[in-house]
Design a protein around this ligand. Sequence first.
Ligand code: NAD
Length: 381
Amino acid sequence: MKIAIAKEIEVGERRVALNPDTVARLVKQGLEIWVESGAGEGSFFGNDAYEAAGAKIISDTGVLWGEADVLLKVGLPKEHEIHQLREGSVLISFLNPLGNPEVIQQLANRRVTAFSMELIPRTSRAQSMDALSSQAGVAGYKAVLIAAAASPKFFPMLTTAAGTIKPAKVFVMGAGVAGLQAIATARRLGAVVEAFDIRPAVKEEVQSLGAKFVEVALEEETVATGGYAKEISEASKQRTQEVVTEHVKNADVVITTAQVPGKKAPLLVTEEMVQQMHPGSVIVDLAAEQGGNCACTEPGKDVVRNGVTIIGPINLPSSMPVHASQMYAKNISTLLQYLVKNGELQLNFEDDIVASTCVTHAGEILNQRVKEAFAVEGLKV
Ligand code: NAD
């Protein structure tokens, strides 16, 4: 059974699906690993390191894609890549199936068995496969470093001969995986941190990291099945804005991370709110690629409005490729080992991890949420 690691060709993608250490572990277990030449370059893993780990380096992209039994990737495959895959082969990658139904259709047409890393269930059994969490943690950490670098102020309190410096005030909006890592990082840098989320359950987690939780009493259920946030009503949005405006206004740094799966990111920081912020304040909007939590965000750009810098970073995990790849490799190899028993792929569609994650098999689209996304797009399943 050949497990192949493709070189990512998306501009700006520096991660790789397996790092050499993980390759060595899989080779020890008897798996044959092929690595496309240069696949690890962006993450500083050379061909020699993969060879030393027991992998075979493949220079011909067509051979790698066409002969792989299982192809491992980080980002969405391009159409020409999908056409190179062998019918009946397996692809495991981030596929953004709810946002890219046409790619899922191409994979089904090619009769590829595709697993989407976004759909790993958020259960304790699947925790070590949870790539959304590992990569969100990287993004939350980096967002704070970007904000600290862009801020004209220190984060920590300093008592110096030149006077006392007050600590920076950081307001984190959305306290999921990325938000919690942002809180922890900002606290480590010595900032005073406040955080807000529409899921009341995160209050204790926020407080345990040494931040203050900003409470907004909403008269509706804000949590969907699976623990994710729901899209809230206009009245609740209004209520939320009334409460958070003061906190945004007083912050030196605002980090926004709010998302609702399958929907455009909720608008949390309006233009009026930005206008009320102090010049020199910084907003880092981690939801930039999903439409942004701030009205002024432009994905991939730094925008300045009345002296406030609004940063909309794209693919932050790729900016820390060594550890992002290491963590992703752990996630994807755990799923791979779960699917492969005695050197054979064994798919039990009754198993919740397989059932949630497998989006196409034998020419069919399997996942219910993906089928619903097709219905919204008006595509045929
Ligand atoms: P996410 O990226 O979908 O959203 C980020 C945060 O934005 C969430 O905390 C969400 O509540 C918040 N949000 C949404 N709309 C908002 C609004 N209008 N205002 C303010 N905040 C808003 O979420 P995520 O970080 O991927 O994780 C979300 C859930 O998954 C959590 O319940 C988390 O505990 C759970 N989870 C569980 C496991 C596990 O059990 N293994 C692992 C990871 C995450």
